[in-house]
Every structure is written in structure tokens, then in C-alpha cells.
Design a protein around this ligand. Structure first.
Ligand code: UDX
Length: 473
């Protein structure tokens, strides 16, 4: 009983999470379904649809044993006892709440599908990040027919981060399980606690009421993003005052009450969650009439945009107020290291601005070039860029960073890939146009060393190091 798990949605959350559950619970049968046959085919192939360290091995170990990927959603619903709903909940792009609220249409559609095909009672688990009180809507859909079949809705938000998904799933800071505080609700909660207890210590499994669980996911992401925006505001002040943002972050982070993590100043946060979840939080606050609270959280997103604009202005000013016709190489396009994901990557905004300045953009990234190609295609379709035919294509994608940097005027570090710390910058410098500029949007390079090689170096939140006489005065 209760050993048949179905996951609806084979994306970044559903795939890895179910692979971990299958690995840790060999006596459970886990089936992941999706409407997209290409995605399911990829999960069943040697080239999984997402790149995540450790994922290939986990899937190899479990696939065909007790982990299955399929497009048979209806059969899956009939056969299972427990359903994880891992469908995407993008920001609404239309109607009321456009640009802020979550688009819950996939979630609602899934609930209706469950209702239509279920022949026995089931536990339905919200794993997608959802606005607080979504469970109520799902419950209302699921319980609207009086056919003796009961559904218990739980909230179990996923906190793993991309690039470290397998590590985070294996060893989570906490697992949060929210349920209705009724006898039935608590019983369903225990079923899910039993699954996670196979590998997560009891004290890290937090059981709460269902609304706290839903809200905690939005708030956790809002707090993390807020730390980045906070340190990024200070990076701007450091650049004016010759203070060093890394030193300030270390000094502040050593206070045990603050903690050292998530204080790296950068070109801003990206990823599928932070902006979406904060805007969703803002929208919810506004619907409850909490405008001051909404403004407070909205400023976290505003500062993130500001930081990207500031970065471009620094480039423009440093490179003699014109980027037109200059070749700029983007080191990295993923929104963070160890992933090929480029959703909301600051590199997209930077590339767009560079193209608007009529620069030539060369993009290199060890994992994200396929996504970068798609992003750039959509930028080009919405940007009014006049092609300078004489200089060839405005955008190129090159795997090898050394080759990418050839004849460039500037390198901008967009993603903190370890690879970029270890390159031979002398070789890169020698192949570039002079004066050669280096804008380190992640503060990962050895700035002094790069300066000594000959680069004019512009970190974030630190005094630039240039070879221009007037700058030194
Ligand atoms: C985030 C949350 O961390 C995770 O718990 C949640 O489940 C999903 O959203 P993710 O988007 O995968 O995970 O990436 P994360 O590691 O949080 O980084 C988000 C962005 O912030 C990246 O662009 C990263 O480069 C940036 N960042 C992070 C900084 O700019 N500075 C930092 O100090 C930390």
C-alpha cells in the first residue's frame, strides 16, 4: 500500500527528486510522466534533458528498476497511490496580475486530470512552488465530486538549487511537509514523512500547517535574493569609496547572526525562481492590501535590474563611451556555475544591452551554449539592431574560451565557472585587441595578476585597476 508514486512533470524538480526517491526507496515504484514526449524520450536516453552533477549516475542506477519515465499520464494516475505535482508555474504573462502572479493553469489542469482518471483515493503533493492558499483551490477541484474517492493535499516545496541538486536532495537542510491539521491530513503527512525518513534525519523533517509550508518556499527564496541585492547595493557604494565589497562581506558575514553565505556581490541573481517567486510574493501582498510590504520586497528585484544596468554603464564609461563595433566576449551565459540553465540569466540582459550598443557579442560557456542560442534568437527578434554587415555576424557562439577571446576588446565574466579561474590569461591577453578590458561580473579572477598581465580590470564593488594615466591621478 502507498508504494506507487507518480510524478507529473519531468522538469528540473520532478526528474532529480524522483530519481533520489527511487534510489533511497527501492521498494517503491516511481513513475515520472510529462506531456512532452521529447522530454520523456530524453529521460529514457543516455542524454538526459538537464545537466546536473551526479544525476546521470543516479538515473542509471534506478531507471528500469523502480524509476520509469513515460507519457502515459492517465494510466499513471490510475495506478498510483501518491502523486507529486511538479508542473511549471511561470509568471502570468496576460490578464490580471500579468508579470507578477503565478500562472496556475497547468496546476489546475493537472488537478482536473487527476480527478477525471483516479479510481481510488490518493495523496496529492504540491511540489511546484505555488502561491500561499493554492492547496485550497486544488482541494476544491479534487473534492468536488461525491464519488467516495478522497484526496489529501500536502505541500512539500523543493529547496534544492540547480547545479547542486543531487547533493541538496541527498543532504537537505530541511524537508518541509505541510498538511491540513485534521486527522486525515496528519495521516497523509506521515506517509510522506516515512518516505523522506529513509535518508533524511528526523530532526530535519519539518511538519507544519499547509499554508506555512506554501508560504515558506516563497519567503526562503525572497530572503536569499534579498541578501544578494543587499550586498549588490553595497558594491555600488564600495566603488565610490574605495572600500572593497569582498572585505565588507567577510566582515559582515562573520557575525554569526548574519552568516557568510550568499553575500557574493555579482551582476545580479538569475534563475527560474528568485524573480518569479518574489514577484509572486509582491502580488500576494498587494492583493491583501499590504502595499508597503509589497514595495519592500519589490525593491529586491529593482536592485537586481539596477545592478545589471550599472554593469553596462561601467563598461561603456571605461571603454571611452562607445561599444559600437567592439567585440565583447561573455565568459559564461548560464545563470550560475554547474548548470546549462540560462533562465533569467543576467547574461541575457547584458547581451541585449551590448547589442543595443551595437557591439559584437561572442559567447562561450561549457554547458549553456544551446540555451544561449535560443535566448539570443529571441533577443534578436525583439531588438532593433542594425547589422554591421562589413564586420560579419553580430553574435557568435564558441566553445573554446581561448578562441572566443581572440580579437576581442573586452572579456566580461558572467558565470562563476571554475574553468575561468584557471585559464591562461597571458595567452588570452596576447590574442586580444588593445587596450584589453576585463569586467569581472562575479569577482572570481585574480584581479592583480590580470592587471599585471596588461588588462584594465573592473571588478564589482572594488576599485578598478587600469593602466590609464589619468585614472591613476
Ligand atoms: C534557488 C534557491 O537557492 C533554491 O533553494 C530554490 O529551490 C530555487 O531557487 P537556484 O535558482 O538554483 O536556487 O540558484 P541559487 O544558487 O540560489 O542562485 C541564484 C542566483 O543568485 C544565481 O544567479 C547566482 O549566481 C546568484 N548568486 C548567488 C549571487 O549573485 N551571489 C551569491 O552570493 C549567491
Amino acid at each position: 500500500m502507498n508504494k506507487n508514486i507518480l510524478c507529473i512533470g519531468a522538469g528540473y524538480v520532478g526528474g532529480p527528486t524522483m530519481a533520489m526517491i527511487a534510489a533511497k526507496c527501492p521498494d517503491y515504484r516511481v513513475t515520472v510522466v510529462d506531456v512532452n514526449p521529447a522530454r520523456i524520450a530524453a529521460w529514457n536516453s543516455d542524454h538526459l534533458p538537464i545537466y546536473e552533477p551526479g544525476l546521470d549516475e543516479l538515473v542509471r542506477k534506478t531507471r528500469g528498476r523502480n524509476l520509469f519515465f513515460s507519457t502515459e499520464i492517465e494510466a499513471g494516475i490510475r495506478a498510483c497511490d501518491i502523486i507529486f505535482v511538479c508542473v511549471n508555474t511561470p509568471t502570468k504573462t496576460f490578464g490580471s496580475g500579468a508579470g507578477m502572479a503565478s500562472n496556475l493553469q497547468y496546476c489546475e489542469k493537472t488537478a482536473r486530470q487527476i480527478l477525471e482518471h483516479a479510481e481510488t483515493s490518493k495523496i496529492v503533493i504540491e511540489k511546484s512552488t505555488l502561491p500561499v492558499r493554492t492547496a485550497l483551490a486544488i482541494e476544491r477541484i479534487l473534492n468536488c465530486q461525491d464519488n467516495g474517492i478522497c484526496f489529501d493535499v500536502l505541500s512539500n516545496p523543493e529547496f534544492m538549487a540547480e547545479g547542486s541538486a543531487i547533493k541538496d536532495l541527498e543532504n537537505p537542510d530541511r524537508v518541509l511537509i505541510g498538511a491540513r491539521q485534521t486527522e486525515r491530513g496528519r495521516k497523509a503527512q506521515t506517509v510522506l514523512v516515512d518516505i523522506y525518513s529513509r535518508w533524511v534525519p528526523q530532526e530535519r523533517i519539518l511538519t507544519t500547517n499547509i499554508w506555512s509550508s506554501e508560504l515558506s518556499k516563497l519567503v526562503a527564496n525572497a530572503f536569499l535574493a534579498q541578501r544578494i541585492s543587499s550586498i549588490n547595493t553595497i558594491s555600488a557604494l564600495c566603488e565610490k569609496t574605495d572600500a572593497n565589497v569582498s572585505e565588507v562581506a567577510s566582515a559582515v558575514g562573520m557575525d554569526g547572526r548574519v552568516g557568510p553565505k550568499f553575500l557574493n556581490a555579482s551582476i545580479g541573481f538569475g534563475g527560474s525562481c528568485f524573480k518569479k517567486d518574489i514577484l509572486n510574493l509582491v502580488y500576494i501582498c498587494r492583493t491583501y492590501g499590504l502595499d508597503d510590504v509589497a514595495d519592500y520586497w519589490e525593491s529586491v528585484v529593482r536592485i537586481n535590474d539596477y545592478q545589471q544596468k550599472r554593469f553596462i554603464l561601467t563598461m561603456l564609461k571605461a571603454m571611452f563611451n562607445t561599444l559600437a563595433g567592439k567585440r565583447i566576449c561573455l565568459f559564461g551565459f548560464a545563470f550560475k556555475a554547474n548548470t546549462g540553465d540560462t533562465r533569467e540569466s543576467p547574461a541575457i540582459a547584458i547581451a541585449r544591452c551590448l547589442l543595443e550598443e551595437h557591439a559584437e557579442v561572442v559567447i562561450t560557456d561549457p554547458q549553456a551554449l544551446p540555451n544561449a542560442r535560443l535566448d539570443l534568437a529571441s533577443i534578436m527578434s525583439t531588438t532593433d539592431v542594425t547589422l554591421s554587415q562589413s564586420r560579419g555576424s553580430l553574435i557568435s557562439f564558441i566553445d573554446d574560451p581561448y578562441e572566443a577571446a581572440v580579437s576581442c576588446d573586452a572579456i566580461t565574466v558572467m558565470t562563476e565557472w571554475e574553468l575561468y579561474r584557471t585559464l591562461n590569461y597571458e595567452r588570452i591577453y596576447n590574442a586580444m585587441n588593445k587596450p584589453a578590458f576585463l569586467f569581472d561580473g562575479r569577482n572570481i579572477l585574480d584581479h592583480r595578476r590580470c592587471y599585471e598581465i596588461g588588462f584594465n580590470v573592473y571588478p564589482i564593488g572594488k576599485t578598478p585597476m587600469t593602466h590609464f594615466i589619468d585614472d591613476a591621478e
